[in-house]
Design a protein around this ligand. Structure first.
Ligand code: GRF
Length: 201
């Protein structure tokens, strides 16, 4: 029997936490909205909820622990797992680990990340909270290609919402997730694939 789908682009999700963006992506792979294969979900945290979410959705998953390990050793294991699963493109979804230039070179132009702010404003941690504290009337999120910087790299797609005066930082963070991040990440992956096809990659 001929295995179907082997020529389709192969993706992995890398996540460290609850995995709500990962779930939005998994659903988009399952429905066909993202016309590609999600081949594995990897976390660097053994107790990350995202691993359970992957199992529930029927995707292979594994933990490649990073704690107290030399960066090169952890990334060597990660590269091996990605190779075993025939992965060409990475989707970072709350992956709390900086990837080295050596690693990124192996997935050049093929690592996407989501950040809860309208980059280049508010890079780094607690971005939703900081948008609230800065009194922004409009807040948003960005899907971008990853380069060697922190939350730098070319933007693929952004989405925004109007900040409500009484929602507080937690309310804003929650709405950014549900109303912006979960919507734009699957769309950005589709856009990424369209561009790859346009350029014959
Ligand atoms: C999201 O806010 C994402 O933008 C940021 O990390 C958070 C991950 O949340 N990079 P979740 O695990 O996807 O729910």
């Amino acid at each position: 029997m001929v295995a179907l789908g082997n020529n389709r682009p192969g993706f992995a999700i890398l996540a460290s936490g609850r995995g709500s963006n990962a779930v939005a992506l998994m659903q988009a792979f399952i429905s066909g909205f993202i016309p590609a294969d999600l081949r594995v979900v990897l976390s660097n945290k053994p107790d990350a909820a995202v691993l359970a979410r992957a199992r529930e959705h029927g995707f292979p998953c594994a933990c490649i622990p990073s704690t107290k390990r030399p960066r090169e050793e952890h990334e060597a294991d990660l590269l091996a797992a990605l190779g075993q699963h025939n992965v060409q493109h990475l989707l970072l979804a709350g992956y709390m680990r900086i990837l080295t230039p050596y690693f990124l070179e192996r997935f050049k132009g093929s690592v996407l990340n989501i950040h809860p702010a309208l980059l280049p404003d508010f890079p780094g941690l607690h971005a939703a909270e900081r948008q609230w504290q800065a009194g922004r009337k409009v807040a948003g999120a960005t899907v971008h290609l990853v380069d060697a910087g922190v939350d730098t790299g070319p933007t693929l797609l952004q989405g925004s919402l109007e900040v409500r005066g009484n929602e507080g930082p937690d309310g804003l963070a929650e709405r950014l997730l549900n109303e912006v991040e979960h919507v734009i990440y699957p769309r950005a992956v589709r856009l990424f694939l369209d561009r790859m096809n346009d350029h014959g990659i």
